[in-house]
Write a protein that binds this ligand. Sequence first.
Ligand code: CU
Length: 130
Amino acid sequence: MQREIHVSRRQMLGAVSGTLTVGLAGCVGDDDNNNDVDNLVYAGTDDAPFQFVPDTIEVSVGETVNWRWGTDTHNIVVESQPDGADWPGHPEIQNTNHEYSYTFEVPGTYEYVCEPHRGVDMYGTVIVSD
Ligand SMILES: [Cu+2]
């Protein structure tokens, strides 16, 4: 309900001022401008409020993945990870604008899910290569 109010307010702003709408879209990553942060994954966007965007990201060993909550009520629960890895994920549920980063040191495939939105397939994958 809160999200619906938020969206409709932004739609109203868009009707009033296209310039302002572009600025807001940039802030929450509706476009490809990621505010110069590398390896950025959104936990929900305005267009896809219950998805990780992108849902699969590939990085090299030693690189950091940055998650930014674009909508409310998401977490990151690790479903599977390579032997020897101990990624804890981010089980605490957080809301819009929360940020979380993790540096992956063990190569392999990491699969995670947002528990509140498991039922709508809010899954993500990090592929870490040597
Ligand atoms: Cu979620």
